[in-house]
Design a protein. Structure first.
Length: 252
């Protein structure tokens, strides 16, 4: 990788670290469209996994043993396995141009749904998920686990899906973020290996991004402080606004 490419990866990794340990969701949704401005979308996807894994390691340090330790976490992860495998099979056959556009549309939709939660389409989707929750009861964990597995491989968006379930079952903020960080550590380890295996990134890429890792760790440290001290609503709105703008540039 060229020096400028490493700098771009470092800056993107820094902010993804801040977001991950600060609010627990959205780091992958931020990282993918941001890196896609400088790299082909699938390459950006591949770069994201080892980069986020670096922030997962320091995130585990700050949230060690603060994740949910009931059997629901094990059930969620086991149910994610089929989704991870399906996503790995689908990724190589999706055309690059459509993949880039899809990344942009997903990022815009994600950001807009949180910035304007009263929009008709947002309320319609929320009602559909509420209906799923009511009908599936205790089995909903398997639906969210598998869907999150597919989403995390294709768009680093598993955190969005899993958080829809975890936000209703985990009330403590530190426990919620700690659980998300632990899940990310497991799935990003898988993705880093899977992306190399299916040829999305060459093996040496993982070593090429090592100079950017300190920036990720610094960002994760600042995110941990933000989680404790900063107004979370303001922080989320700033992050969502950036995600919307960056994603829009991928589409237009």
């Amino acid at each position: 990788m060229e020096l400028w490419e490493i700098l771009i990866v470092a800056v993107a990794g820094f902010f993804s670290g801040v977001i991950k340990t600060g609010v627990g969701i959205g780091s992958g949704v931020f990282l993918l469209p941001t890196l896609s401005l400088a790299f082909p979308a699938k390459t950006a996807l591949g770069l994201g996994a080892p980069l986020m894994l670096a922030s997962d390691i320091i995130g585990l340090r700050y949230y060690w043993m603060q994740w949910d330790r009931s059997n629901k976490l094990l059930r969620l992860m086991l149910s994610a396995v089929p989704g991870l495998l399906i996503g790995t099979l689908l990724l190589p056959i999706i055309p690059a141009r459509e993949f880039r556009f899809g990344v942009g549309m997903f990022g815009m939709t994600y950001a807009l749904s949180h910035l304007s939660p009263n929009m008709f389409i947002v309320r319609w989707i929320r009602a559909r998920f509420t209906g799923i929750n009511c009908r599936t009861g205790k089995t909903q964990i398997y639906f969210y686990g598998a869907l999150g597995g597919v989403a995390t491989v294709l768009a680093h968006a598993g955190g969005l899906v899993w958080s829809l379930y975890l936000m209703t079952s985990i009330q403590d903020r530190r426990t919620f973020v700690g659980t998300i960080v632990f899940i990310f550590f497991l799935t990003n380890t898988y993705k880093a290996i899977a992306y190399v295996f299916i040829g999305i990134i060459p093996p040496q890429t993982i070593f090429n991004i090592l100079p950017a890792v300190p920036a990720v760790w610094i960002g994760s440290s600042l995110g941990n402080l933000a989680n404790k001290r900063m107004n979370q609503q303001l922080f989320r709105k700033i992050v969502l606004g950036v995600i919307f703008i960056v994603s829009a540039k991928l589409c237009f």
